[in-house]
Design a protein around this ligand. Structure first.
Ligand SMILES: Cc1cc2nc3c(=O)[nH]c(=O)nc-3n(C[C@H](O)[C@H](O)[C@H](O)COP(=O)(O)O)c2cc1C
Length: 179
């Protein structure tokens, strides 16, 4: 779904290492729950958030390829860790390391998704920001959004192959600052 971000301020918001930003969604990514910190950092009221697609906080610097990886993982019942930059209502941005997992109903089917986000290791962002920029540059070669997402997804896969690692190991290593 198309989402128009507010004019960006370039100002970064941060939050403490001990805090968690939490949301829950239905199987389509519609926000059903937001904790107090999410409401505070996003700048939206609970009423503005509930019932809205999660892409309402999407930041234009986020590569489509990361969201492709996200949805492919969670809809296949696998958890995913991802660095995400989000956009607040006032155009500020904030970085998170998100852990996104499916929740299951009594029939074993996916009943929704859950995301817990904490403040990222700042040194990890020194790796992630240029990587996402390269992924965005790759996407800029395509006018079709699906092709763009596939291209930057492939780009990420190539980079990981060259490094001889997997996505999970890569994220773990940069968060522990062992890249
Ligand atoms: C539980 C959950 C949490 C999500 N959290 C975020 C988030 O914090 N920021 C974001 O941009 N997208 C988040 N998404 C992904 C969005 O649903 C969406 O795929 C993404 O914003 C890309 O939107 P677009 O395809 O319209 O560009 C989340 C999805 C789920 C299921």
């Amino acid at each position: 779904m198309a989402n128009q971000p507010p004019p960006l301020t370039g100002r970064e918001q941060t939050f403490s290492d001990t805090q968690l930003i939490v949301t829950k969604t239905d199987p389509k990514g519609i926000i059903e729950y937001a904790n107090e910190l999410f409401i505070k950092v996003s700048g939206y009221s609970e009423e503005e958030l509930l019932g809205k697609p999660h892409n309402m906080i999407r930041h234009p610097d986020m590569p489509r390829g990361v969201f492709k990886l996200l949805w492919e993982s969670i809809s296949s019942k696998r958890e995913l860790y991802a660095y995400v930059v989000n956009c607040s209502k006032n155009g500020d941005h904030y970085w998170v390391l998100a852990h996104i997992t499916p929740s299951f109903g009594s029939n074993g089917e996916i009943s929704g998704y859950h995301s817990s986000r904490r403040a990222p290791n700042r040194k990890a962002l020194d790796v992630i920001i240029p990587l996402y920029k390269q992924m965005k540059d790759e996407e800029a070669k395509y006018s079709n959004p699906k092709e763009a997402a596939q291209a930057s997804f492939n780009f990420l896969r190539r980079i990981l192959e060259e490094k001889g690692t997997t996505y999970e190991k890569f994220i773990y290593a940069i968060e522990l600052n062992k890249n």
